[in-house]
Write a protein that binds this ligand. Structure first.
Ligand code: ARG
Length: 329
């Protein structure tokens, strides 16, 4: 074939590709919900999802840095209040909406991690739930109990920015990330932020923590449909090294252990990552002391769960989440 024919063939091929691509785009939009993510149309489960994604995409197109310099005024709400009227491995099913700060993270519409709402715009999670992920495909849902119940449309947001520190997969040090959501979350009876600790020096040793999540109910099991909770006491870092099979190198000052050394049976597990380890304060409200991070297996007697120590990051969290509005009470 001579060069002239080759060029003509190429032009025909390119024209064909362009027309069929645009036809494909026009087809989408009838009876289905989707949003264009910059690369391709993505099907959303609901109109809310699609709107959320479009909103995110439009905002993203503006390419403006987050308005960090304009701190939002405080919101009139109380953080850390559980809904008790109605109140993992070895834990129990949680009462519906008893942990209103609980966020569920999905990637390409599949559940994979937990998180906690800390103000109306930011979710605290584990760095290993965002590192290496395409943040724009992470969906964050709130006010949920049974994640398998399709009849319920949860409050849905997308991630505009995932902020983390020097996280390393080699030892899981600094396993903490903040997710800036595409839009503020309404603070209601079912959706409310968890309190952040106020005392940086608090070690929580001996305190009883509650870990919550939709993670697997046993090692190598399936993730739970309903939100579960488990009580685990906090162990000092010293004991976590002396009384378990973890070594001093594995447990850094940015971590805390919780569980039952020598006993096991109760623990967080795969899928609970990023979710909170909370503790009740003297005023009966709850603050977040840990983030589910890692463990050798789940609920093994010689390996308790390891959590990111939130008190080590208080300044960093306040600095990076200041354009969200924190509860004033
Ligand atoms: N890394 C796990 C996740 O991604 C969490 C493991 C917690 N393990 C434990 N034994 N507490 O979901």
């Amino acid at each position: 074939m001579n060069v002239k024919y080759q060029i003509i063939l190429c032009i025909i091929l390119i024209t064909f590709c362009i027309t069929s691509l645009s036809a494909e785009r026009n087809k989408i939009g009838k009876g289905k919900f989707e949003a264009y993510n910059g690369y391709r149309y993505t099907e959303a489960k609901s109109l809310d999802d699609a709107n959320g994604m479009k909103l995110f995409l439009n905002r993203n197109r503006e390419r403006k840095p987050p308005a960090h310099d304009t701190p939002a005024s405080a919101c009139s709400c109380k953080c850390g209040e559980r809904n008790d009227e109605s109140r993992i491995v070895g834990g129990n099913t949680a009462m519906i909406n008893s942990y209103p700060w609980m966020a569920r993270l999905s990637y390409f519409n599949r559940f994979y991690c937990g998180g906690s709402l800390i103000n109306d715009r930011y979710v605290l999670t584990a760095a290993h739930c965002v590192k290496g992920f395409m943040w724009f495909m992470i969906k964050v849902t709130f006010g949920e109990h049974d994640r398998c119940d399709d009849s319920i449309r949860p409050e849905t947001r997308f991630v505009l920015r995932a902020i983390s520190q020097k996280f390393s997969y080699s030892n899981f040090d600094n396993d903490m990330a903040l997710l800036r959501l595409n839009d503020r979350v309404p603070i209601t009876d079912h959706i409310r932020p968890i309190c952040l600790p106020s005392n940086k020096a608090e070690t929580y040793v001996g305190k009883s923590g509650v870990a919550t999540g939709w993670g697997t109910v046993r090692e190598d099991g399936k993730p739970s449909c309903v939100l579960r909770e488990v009580d685990v006491p906090v162990i000092s870092n010293q004991d976590c090294i002396a009384k378990t099979n973890y070594t001093a190198k594995m447990i850094t000052d940015n971590m805390m252990c919780a569980g039952y050394p020598g006993v096991g049976q109760k623990d967080s597990c795969q899928g609970d990552s990023g979710g909170p380890l909370i503790v009740e304060r003297s005023d009966k409200r709850y603050e977040i002391m840990g983030i589910v991070s890692w463990g050798n297996g789940c609920a093994r007697p010689s390996f308790p769960g390891v959590y990111t120590r939130v008190t080590r990051y208080l300044d960093w969290i306040h600095e990076n989440a200041k354009d969200g509005c924190f509860c004033n009470k």
